[in-house]
Design a protein around this ligand. Sequence first.
Ligand SMILES: NC(=O)c1ccc[n+]([C@@H]2O[C@H](COP(=O)([O-])OP(=O)(O)OC[C@H]3O[C@@H](n4cnc5c(N)ncnc54)[C@H](OP(=O)(O)O)[C@@H]3O)[C@@H](O)[C@H]2O)c1
Length: 334
Amino acid sequence: MTRGRRVVSIVGATGLVGSEIARVLLARRFPLSDLRLFASGRNPERSVEIGGRRLPVRPFRVDEVAGSDVCFLAAGGEFSRRRARAIAARGVTVIDNSSAFRMYDDVPLVVPEVNPEAISFHRGIIANPNCSTIQMVVVLAPLHRRWRLRKVVVSTYQAVTGAGLEAAGELASQSEAFLAGRETPARAFPHPIAFNLIPHIGPFDETGFTFEETKLMNETRKIMRSEAIEVVATAVRVPVFRGHSEAVHAEFDLTVDPLAAREILKASPGVEVVDDPEKARYPLPRKASGRDVTYVGRLRLDPTCNRALCMWIVSDNLRKGAALNAVQIAERLG
Ligand SMILES: NC(=O)c1ccc[n+]([C@@H]2O[C@H](COP(=O)([O-])OP(=O)(O)OC[C@H]3O[C@@H](n4cnc5c(N)ncnc54)[C@H](OP(=O)(O)O)[C@@H]3O)[C@@H](O)[C@H]2O)c1
C-alpha cells in the first residue's frame, strides 16, 4: 500500500456487480494506487467502460490478485468457494459478494450502518450480505435500537438484475417478443419473466422455503446480532430491471409510534423517508435506480397490534444491495 493508497482487484468485473463496484470506487474517489479487473477469460479480449474510460479486463489468475490490498469477488458462489481462501491466504482482504461464506462464524457479514464493528474481526474474508437483506436491515436496525425487533414478515419484489447480466437481457428480449405476439423460452428463470411474477428465487429446501428466503431470514439475525428475531420471507422475482422492493411487517417488543418511526428513520444514515401518500409519494424502484440510499415509505401502524409497523422499502440492488455496501466495507478497513 503506498501512502494510504490501495491496490484493488475486482473478479467478475464484466458482470453487473463487478462493474458497478469499479464505478462506485471511482465515483467515491477511493484511494487507489492500482485497479485490476478480472473475469473468466472465456473472452480474453474483454474490457469494461467505467466513467467514460475503457478499462482492460484480464483472465483471473490468483498470482495477479496476490499483490492487492483488497479483492472484491463478484464471480458467483462456486468461484468464491474455490478461490476466496487461497486469495486471503496471500494477505489480500477479500470482500465476497456471494453467499458462500456469509453464515460462517469466522466471516463477518457487514452492513456498515448496522454492524461496522464486525469488520475488525475478519480473518481475511468479509461477506457482503444478500441485496434484499441489506436494504431491510438498514431500515429496521434503527427501529430495533428504539423498540427491540421481535418478528419480521417480509415479501420481496426483486428485480431481474439481481440474477445477473444474462437475466436482465432476458426480460428485455421476452418483453419485445411478447408484445410482438411471440413467446421465447425461459433460460435465466424457471418461467418467462416478462409480464409475470415468479415466487421462486433459488432452490427450494425441504421446508418449502427457497434459498433466497432462508438467506434473508438467517442473514438478518446475524447482522443484527440477535437470534431472537424471527423472520419469515416470501421472495418474488418481478419484471423490473433494477431496484428491489419489500413489503415489511415488523413487530417489536414495545409499543411503537409511526410518527416517531419516521423521525428516527429521517435521522438514520443511508435511509431516506419518502412518505406522502396523499401526493402519491412513496418509494419506487425506477426512482431508486442508480441511487445510493434506501427508501422507506407507506409507514403505518398495524391496526391489529400497537407493537407493529407496516412499511415499503426500496433500494437499488446493484448499489446499496451490492457494490456500494462492498465499497463502504473497504473504506472502513484499517
Ligand atoms: N446482481 C445483484 O443484484 C447481486 C446482489 C448481491 C450479490 N450478488 C452476487 O454477486 C455475484 C455476481 O453477480 P452478478 O449479478 O454481477 O453476475 P453476472 O452479471 O452474471 O457476472 C458474473 C461475473 O463473474 C465472472 N465469472 C464467472 N465465472 C468466473 C470464473 N470462473 N473466473 C472469473 N470470473 C468469472 C463473469 O465473467 P465473464 O464475463 O468472463 O463470464 C462476470 O464478470 C454473484 O455471486 C451474485 O450472487 C449479485
